[in-house]
Design a protein around this ligand. Structure first.
Ligand SMILES: [Zn+2]
Length: 308
């Protein structure tokens, strides 16, 4: 009799565990970057579970492929990545290692979020390694133009509707809500940046091109001599001279870069080296796609001077 109770309990437990395991019926989405995760959450709402592989304070050009990433990707219904070769150094290895045929290139669980984006800085002519870590399809940092948020959200909506057509009306409603909120915020952000139109800055990497393009700042030069390659002393000295001549006082870089080179330039020009979050989670205040721009613009407007 006792034995039977024990067996009955065991059976009950087994069902309970199976139930826990199966309780999540929504789509499992894995993104490379946190900005894509944030936008996917807006569109998918409570119908999807989203995980980003890269933290917002990590450099997405340089990620070590880890088995834990493969485990997440193994269970995913959908992989969303930034594309334009941003993740080329590590994502293909992870896709191979994940043993999940559904998320491979050409399969329905694979979404390159750059497909509908108009890229900036597409190199003309041959690209080779002597040019540094240059991105042959154009600058991949398009999420820093908030207007591209609409395009990313639309692509995610299309994909979620394809994978889960029954919930398409809910995804559509979420998309419309996101669009409306983003429209309002972009108007606010543009208003806050208007006084600084035409102001010149120096950036560490060519990371801010989409942002400066949208908000009409001018990037005089980068601290890096070539993309992905730290500056030479000759370049730093020349850049400091030019900044002094042109009275450029602001050096902007993502929080994940070491600040030493920007600090040297700031010292030589009496300027400011400003660390900005380049992705959601880059600083604690940048909690989602909206507060990412709130934070960037808060920090910029404190130190920018109107263009003279
Ligand atoms: Zn880059």
């Amino acid at each position: 009799m006792r034995m039977n109770i024990f067996v009955a309990n065991l059976v009950a437990w087994t069902f309970l565990l199976a139930g826990t395991h199966l309780s999540w019926a929504g789509l499992k989405v894995v993104t490379t970057t946190t900005d894509l995760a944030s936008i996917a959450k807006e569109v998918g709402g409570s119908l999807i579970e989203v995980q980003a592989l890269v933290k917002g304070y990590q450099d997405p050009h340089q990620i070590q492929p880890k088995p834990s990433y493969m485990v997440k990707m193994n269970r995913a219904d959908l992989l969303i990545y930034q594309g334009l070769d941003l993740e080329i150094g590590w994502l293909p290895i992870l896709i191979d290692g994940a043993r999940n045929p559904g998320i491979r290139l050409g399969q329905s669980g694979h979404l390159d979020a750059s497909v509908r984006i108009l890229p900036l800085e597409v190199p003309v002519g041959e690209v080779d390694r002597s040019m540094g870590d240059i991105h042959p399809y154009g600058n991949p940092h398009y999420h820093l133009d908030p207007e591209n948020g609409f395009i990313i959200a639309q692509s995610i909506f299309n994909k979620l509707s394809e994978l889960d057509p029954a919930n398409s009306p809910q995804y559509k409603a979420n998309l419309q809500q996101f669009r409306k909120r983003l429209e309002g915020k972009i108007k606010q952000w543009k208003d806050r940046m208007t006084p600084f139109k035409g102001a010149q800055i120096v950036t560490y990497h060519k990371l801010w091109s989409y942002f400066t393009n949208r908000f009409e700042l001018r990037v005089f030069d980068t601290v890096e001599t070539k993309p992905g390659i730290p500056p030479t002393t000759t370049h730093l000295v020349k850049l400091a001279d030019q900044m002094n001549q042109k009275k450029i006082k602001l050096i902007v870089q993502a929080t994940y870069y070491k600040s030493e080179f920007a600090d040297i330039l700031a010292g030589k020009t009496g300027g400011t080296a400003l660390a900005l979050p380049a992705f959601v989670g880059g600083t604690p205040e940048a909690k989602d796609y909206f507060t990412l721009f709130d934070t960037i613009i808060d920090k910029l407007t404190k130190v920018l001077k109107p263009a003279s």
